[in-house]
Design a protein around this ligand. Structure first.
Ligand code: NAG
Ligand code: NAG
Ligand code: NAG
Ligand code: ZN
Length: 304
């Protein structure tokens, strides 16, 4: 064993292996962002959808959807789930600042539909079979619920619909206040963590309460109805992804250069946007689940 450790090639393989484990390409909202999105959504479910979600969750979740909303990030590098790794994001052409399903929704090998909006459609249509009662054995409905819930968060994270060459900001290394980070991670996690530390005593429940308050009788109260508007799913998903790339261009990438330090100014102007995207993700996830599990005449048409 000692001689193995001394062998430089073994050390190299070990280092590369560790780097691979520690630095996966993209994450999606941090744990906190996904938890908030899913808690907000679960709080807005109508009785039928609430019951279906409870039935689909494994018992160790204790009825709490948010406890498993990060699961798709945890398994994306497992061999069995490698096919899911491109489903967390969309790469759009550099500087185009537009999103086009047929142009952009594919994996790195150009396989169509393998992106976050394609995945949301896929898992929504799988879940539509749930109310037929004949649990469709081709698909695992529990996994479909967890994937849908997670990807609705990801599509609202602006840098998840970013530019191709910088991997949605992952390749833009910079500093966040005093530590090393990258532009993608700033939007995934740093802004949420800094907000939690500065304003909520690191208490996720307090932040959640304030988001919900802003939805029920605060700054977003008048917007919620329009956020939820959705006849057919595909145009709605186009809208969410377009909103994200527009925000990525206007607020994410704008004026940011590799190697620089982002601090108070960036944080103060972007934090409200991050909170709004988390709120929108939650409201819209609830809308989809209510349509999927509610009365058929008010929901999406089931695919055959
Ligand atoms: C849809 O889900 C199935 C597994 O349930 C998977 O094989 C397929 O690749 C998925 N497609 C997309 C676009 O997510
Ligand atoms: C569905 O997926 C979950 C999570 O991977 C797993 O625990 C469960 O056993 C699966 N159910 C079936 C019927 O395969
Ligand atoms: C809630 O709204 C207030 C303005 O009324 C704003 O200052 C605060 O940042 C908002 N909180 C969140 C979490 O969005
Ligand atoms: Zn993700």
């Amino acid at each position: 064993m000692i001689s193995l450790w001394r062998s430089s090639s073994f050390g190299f393989v070990l280092l590369v292996g560790l780097a691979f484990i520690l630095l996966p390409r993209t994450h999606g909202w941090s744990k906190e962002g996904h938890i908030l999105t899913c808690r907000i959504a679960q709080g807005l479910l109508e009785p039928e959808a609430a019951e279906a979600v409870e039935n689909l969750l494994p018992h160790y979740a204790n009825g709490d959807l948010s406890s498993l909303c990060v699961w798709p990030d945890q398994i994306r590098h497992w061999y069995r789930y490698r096919w899911t790794s491109s489903l967390h994001f969309i790469d759009t052409p550099d500087d185009a600042c537009t999103y086009d399903y047929s142009r952009d929704c594919h994996d790195p090998h150009s396989v169509k539909d393998m992106c976050v909006t394609g995945a949301i459609q896929n898992f929504t249509s799988q879940l539509l079979h749930y109310r037929e009662g004949t649990s469709d054995r081709r698909h695992n409905m529990t996994e479909a619920l967890l994937f849908l819930s997670h990807f609705m968060g990801d599509v609202h994270q602006p840098m998840h619909v970013g530019f191709t060459s910088d991997e949605g900001g992952n390749a833009i290394a910079l500093r966040w206040f005093r530590h090393k980070s990258n532009l993608h991670h700033v939007w995934d996690r740093e802004i949420v963590l800094t907000a939690l530390a500065d304003y909520y005593e690191k208490n996720l429940d307090s932040l959640q309460e304030e988001i919900v308050r802003n939805l029920t009788d605060g700054i977003w109260f008048d917007d919620v109805a329009s956020w939820q508007e959705c006849g057919d799913l595909l145009p709605c998903l186009n809208k969410y992804a377009t909103e994200s790339i527009n925000i990525a261009c206007k607020w994410g990438y704008e004026g940011v250069k590799s190697g620089e330090t982002l601090a108070d100014e960036y944080f103060n102007s972007r934090m409200p946007i991050v909170m709004k995207r988390i709120a929108q993700g939650g409201v819209r996830l609830a809308m989809i689940l209510n349509k999927v599990f509610g009365q058929p005449e008010e929901g999406f048409a089931a695919a055959t």
